[in-house]
Design a protein around this ligand. Structure first.
Ligand SMILES: NC(=O)c1ccc[n+]([C@@H]2O[C@H](COP(=O)([O-])OP(=O)(O)OC[C@H]3O[C@@H](n4cnc5c(N)ncnc54)[C@H](OP(=O)(O)O)[C@@H]3O)[C@@H](O)[C@H]2O)c1
Length: 240
């Protein structure tokens, strides 16, 4: 395969929601810890999240003050700052919004020190590229205006020797991968709580730019009962 093997690893409520009030329930803590434990257990060096998830969990309130007026042109070519990192955090951030202050994840017990790779379109500003270079954050281009995840995955394999990757939400990024037929396996931590919000995000979302994917078939590979009535289920894509 010219691209990494892709496992979509997610936590959902009984009604298939990936975000919502159910995550603030006391019981949910055990399952979010379990989610992180299973992430570790996979022993895979790279994981991917969409811009909104990265902002919510990792760049938080950080803001950038960039000098757009005086930024010199930077060619839209990939920038590889670390090929020997033990772990890679891949951020899908098409127009360059994420306010990274270091080239690794910081202030996170589980993912501290993971080297950041930004996935951008060529629309990104020169000032943002200069910021990434200054901080030593790697970046790859995934298209002029729109991202092509097949191309991006091939680049990750070629440039960073990434053979397997955990795709870890949110719904829009997961939907993008599903659309391109790029999900080989699904790993679901099932929380025995119903959120009950009809418009809460589900595992795979569509968007203005993103059409609904054709149905994709999976077969059960592993099921494990967790404490407190939860389940960990692994499904593999059925060859067609
Ligand atoms: N339960 C779980 O296991 C789990 C895991 C992860 C996240 N989450 C939750 O999921 C929520 C966020 O999910 P989300 O679906 O709103 O956002 P998301 O998938 O995290 O990020 C979406 C953003 O990523 C960029 N992006 C993704 N696909 C793209 C594409 N095909 N083309 C161009 N840009 C693309 C866009 O950034 P721009 O807007 O900058 O263009 C888009 O708005 C959060 O509440 C988070 O906590 C839950």
């Amino acid at each position: 395969m010219d691209r990494p093997y892709i496992i979509c690893h997610m936590l959902t409520s009984l009604d298939g929601k990936i975000a919502g009030d159910y995550l603030s329930e006391e019981r949910a803590k055990y399952f979010t810890n379990k989610y992180e434990e299973i992430h570790e257990q996979y022993g895979i060096k790279a994981w991917i999240c969409g811009r909104i998830t990265m902002e919510k969990h990792f760049t938080l309130e950080n803001e950038l003050d960039l000098d757009h007026k005086n930024a010199p042109y930077i060619p839209r070519t990939d920038y590889v700052a670390d090929v020997e990192a033990t772990h890679y955090a891949i951020a899908v951030d098409p127009s360059g919004k994420l306010a990274w202050t270091h080239n690794t994840i910081t202030d996170d017990d589980d993912r501290e020190g993971h080297h950041i790779v930004e996935v951008l379109t060529e629309r990104v500003s020169d000032a943002y590229l200069a910021h990434l270079r200054k901080k030593g954050v790697s970046y790859v281009f995934g298209g002029k205006d729109r991202l092509n995840f097949t191309v991006i995955m091939e680049k990750l394999k070629k440039l960073f020797s990434i053979d397997q990757v955990l795709l870890e939400g949110g719904g829009v990024i997961n939907g993008s991968f599903l659309n391109e037929g790029l999900i080989d396996e699904i790993s679901l931590v099932f929380v025995p709580i119903v959120d009950g919000t009809s418009n809460a995000l589900s595992l795979f979302e569509t968007s203005v730019d993103l059409q609904k994917a054709k149905p994709v078939n999976f077969s059960l590979m592993h099921v494990e009962q967790l404490d407190d009535g939860g389940l960990w289920m692994k499904y593999i894509k059925t060859s067609q």
